[in-house]
Design a binder for this molecule. Structure first.
Ligand code: RM4
Ligand code: MN
Length: 393
């Protein structure tokens, strides 16, 4: 890595120190494909154990201080108690993810279902999630709907949008002054012919109508192959409507693989847009979350690796020489402008990140430190009996 000037180093270090990455409770639980869930040893049996695993990721990375919950997967009797447990372990509870996609009643849709009784049930779940947020102190309600239709003519596309708007409005109006609604979109699956929130444009239109507390969330796995995701990032940042990310990697569809594994260059380009807009810090309101499932790899190290991948992409984006880039752009110097990005992308930032960790009192090598910590051996021995958590595909 080329020698950084003291000012550049200080700027990059400050930005990386301020970065926050939220992990997902379901990443620690058993998961799988439509075909098979491969159970792993030491997997949490309840939300308390999931939070404990998230705390371990934070302990070794120093930048993952919150964990998102999914309701009902993480339903507990006393959410304030779960929040206390998290705090004792040095982390907090993050976004609350609603789940209206695993109930027989939702076969034809949840909030867009033609049956008003089923729509009521779906909206009541969203409102229950806001109650949970009140108890946990969470800021964000994250909504992803599996709603859609499989066959032309199956239902009225515009009527479904009206029903969606009504449900979002009722939920939005229930939010407290500090709470937000993050609306996620997904191209297809499980609905195949027409999904009710398939793209950022649809999500944006609903959020715009709802008001400032409604923001779009970009799940990086929810696009068609070849989609320029960083363009969507730029457009939403410009509109003040980027609420956050669900980071993961995809090769084909919603693969939910580790972020930065399939296409680290794409992650760099996304983080470049974030850095350009000065949207890295918590004040920007952009939540950097992981939404991943670790089906065949050990879960906690996979989450640590994912956090490191986001950090590395961020560090590279911070190293882009913004003045040189702007000068090249203004001069119409295509090759120099492109080189300003590529020079930063090709920099090995791992030594810098290791140094910053050491400065912060962390082990410079979080993967190695976790492996040496004995935590896995401990949970493997302790977590026997009971029901392992999972989403039961
Ligand atoms: C969905 C969506 C949501 C996530 C669930 C598990 O595809 O990405 O964000 O909560 O999966
Ligand atoms: Mn997601």
């Amino acid at each position: 890595m080329p020698e950084l000037s003291p000012t550049t180093r200080a700027r990059v270090a400050a930005a990386l120190r301020a970065q926050r990455i939220e992990t997902a409770s379901w990443a620690y639980a058993n998961s799988g494909t439509r075909f098979k869930v491969f159970a792993q040893e030491g997997v949490p049996r309840d939300p308390y154990e999931k939070v404990a695993d998230a705390a371990v990721v934070h302990r070794f990375t120093g930048v993952a201080p919150t964990v998102a919950l999914h309701i009902p997967w993480d339903r507990v009797n006393d959410y304030a108690d779960l929040a206390r447990h998290a705090k004792e372990l040095g982390v907090g509870l993050g976004a609350i993810n609603a789940n209206v996609f695993q109930d027989d009643d939702f076969k034809l849709g949840s909030v867009t279902n033609p049956d008003p009784g089923i729509r009521r049930k779906a909206i009541d779940h969203l409102l229950e999630c806001v109650d949970v947020m009140d108890a946990t102190g969470s800021r964000d309600l994250k909504l992803w709907f599996s709603d859609g239709i499989n066959y032309p003519g199956q239902d009225d596309v515009r009527a479904r949008q009206d029903r969606l708007a009504e449900a979002l409005r009722e939920t939005y109006d229930r939010l407290g002054p500090q709470q937000r609604m993050l609306l996620e979109y997904k191209l297809f699956e499980p609905a195949f012919y027409a999904t009710d929130v398939p793209d950022w444009g649809t999500a944006y239109a609903h959020c715009l109508q709802l008001g400032p507390k409604a923001q779009v969330v970009i799940d990086t796995g929810h696009h068609a192959p070849g989609t320029n995701i960083e363009f969507i990032v730029a457009i939403l940042l410009r509109a003040g409507k980027l609420g956050g990310f669900d980071f993961n990697s995809r090769f084909y569809a919603d693969d939910d693989l580790m972020v930065g594994a399939a296409d680290p260059f794409q992650l760099f380009r996304i983080m470049h847009e974030i850095v350009l807009a000065d949207a890295l810090g918590p004040a920007s309101g952009v939540a950097f979350m992981l939404d991943q499932c670790h089906n065949i790899e050990p879960k906690i190290p996979a989450v640590i690796r994912s956090v490191l991948n986001v950090q590395e992409a961020t560090a590279k984006a911070l190293l882009v020489d913004a003045d040189a880039l702007r000068a090249a752009q203004d001069a119409g110097d295509v090759l120099a402008a492109n080189a300003a990005l590529m020079d930063a992308y090709h920099t090995d930032v791992r030594p810098l990140l290791a140094e910053l960790r050491a400065d912060a009192g962390l082990d410079p090598d979080p993967m190695g430190a976790y492996a040496r910590s004995g935590y896995f051996e401990k949970i493997r021995a302790e977590r026997v009996g009971g029901q392992q958590a999972g989403w039961g595909a």
